[in-house]
Design a protein. Structure first.
Lengths: 119, 212
């Protein structure tokens, strides 16, 4: 290790930190074009299923089905197309924090609208 | 200290996206994820407002009077397809296949333009059918939510076209994968917001309006 490297790490107190270029690299290789296309086809099929619920009467299962399908689509895009499955967990933590913030916001609005008040 | 700030632990001059950071992660990418997290809050607020006011309009037109599900379904497929072309652009950039990368970026921008064009047409049709932003609660919450999303798609298209322009002018770094990935993150975020809007606004039936 050169003198400059030692001084740099002492200055930052990062003796145990990995080389940033290694840390910045994805944990795994990003998917190939074929895998992307496979995910794209799955997303198209799921969207077709969603649209099908508009024409086919599924009764009380309609809303849960639509919510589950959209959650699966959401997860597929975030995990594969946005690479959260392959990248550092730090990015995922920030994103989940945003989602949790949005859910909290919704809860606060529900409370302020008196949705949970018992008459 | 000055010389330390521009030196990576390996002693080499840092590349464009290769600064030493305390997290060991590129600041730009981290900032993009923080930005997307804040965008979750923005769209969370808009979607919450739409959901809270569902079926609360006193006067029509109501969603079932104006929505054209087959038409919006095609728009949804178009936006999903644009996410696929975006990742294919990234895959090409990672292989340093610049011409194919530009082609996929242009395809993504075109699909985005098709989506926005469809949204403009939809808004015009709804307006002609008597639904303006001030007609009722449905009009207000619908136009604000989908309008904000449309603006985000438009900004994404501008970013994509800028990437193509920079690439054509040879102003992208040799490894163009990083800027393409950053724009891609934003583009996919716009797509996942639409996944929720399509389900919540268009597909889940609105409760019948309360009798006056």
């Amino acid at each position: 290790m050169s003198e400059t490297e030692t001084r740099f790490q002492e200055e930052l107190g990062t003796r145990d930190m990995p080389d940033p270029r290694e840390a910045q690299a994805p944990h795994h290789e990003h998917p190939s074009a074929k895998e992307y296309i496979r995910i794209g086809v799955i997303l198209a099929v799921l969207t077709a299923l969603e649209v099908a619920t508009y024409y086919v009467d599924v009764g009380g299962a309609l809303v849960p089905t639509l919510i589950v399908l959209s959650i699966i689509k959401f997860a597929l895009v975030v995990m594969w197309f946005m690479h959260l499955r392959f990248d550092s967990l730090t990015y995922a933590r920030f994103f989940v924090m945003g989602l949790a913030g949005a859910a909290t916001l919704y809860l606060i609005v529900l409370i302020s609208f008196g949705v949970f008040l018992v008459e | 200290m000055a010389d330390l700030a521009i030196t990576t632990p390996s002693g080499t001059a840092p590349a464009h996206d290769e600064h030493a950071t305390t997290t060991g992660l590129p600041n730009t990418k981290l900032a993009m994820w923080v930005f997307l997290a804040s965008e979750c809050m923005l769209f969370g607020a808009l979607i919450s407002t739409y959901v809270l006011y569902r079926g609360a309009s006193d006067v029509g037109p109501y969603p079932e009077d104006v929505f054209d599900i087959p038409y919006t379904s095609v728009s949804s497929f178009v936006l999903l397809a644009s996410s696929l072309t975006m990742v294919l652009a990234l895959a090409s950039a990672q292989k340093r296949d610049v011409s194919r990368m530009r082609l996929w970026l242009l395809a993504t921008a075109l699909l985005g333009l098709t989506f926005v064009g469809g949204q403009v047409y939809e808004f015009t049709t709804f307006y002609d059918e008597g639904l303006s932003i001030s007609t009722n609660l449905f009009g207000t919450t619908f136009y604000v939510l989908t309008g904000f999303h449309g603006v985000h798609v438009t900004v994404g298209i501008l970013m994509l076209l800028s990437l193509v322009g920079f690439s054509a002018a040879d102003r992208l770094p040799d490894d163009a994968a990083f800027p393409v990935e950053m724009v891609g993150l934003y583009w996919h975020f716009v797509d996942i917001v639409w996944i929720i809007i399509f389900t919540v606004v268009y597909l889940i039936p609105t409760p019948a309006p309360a009798p006056v």
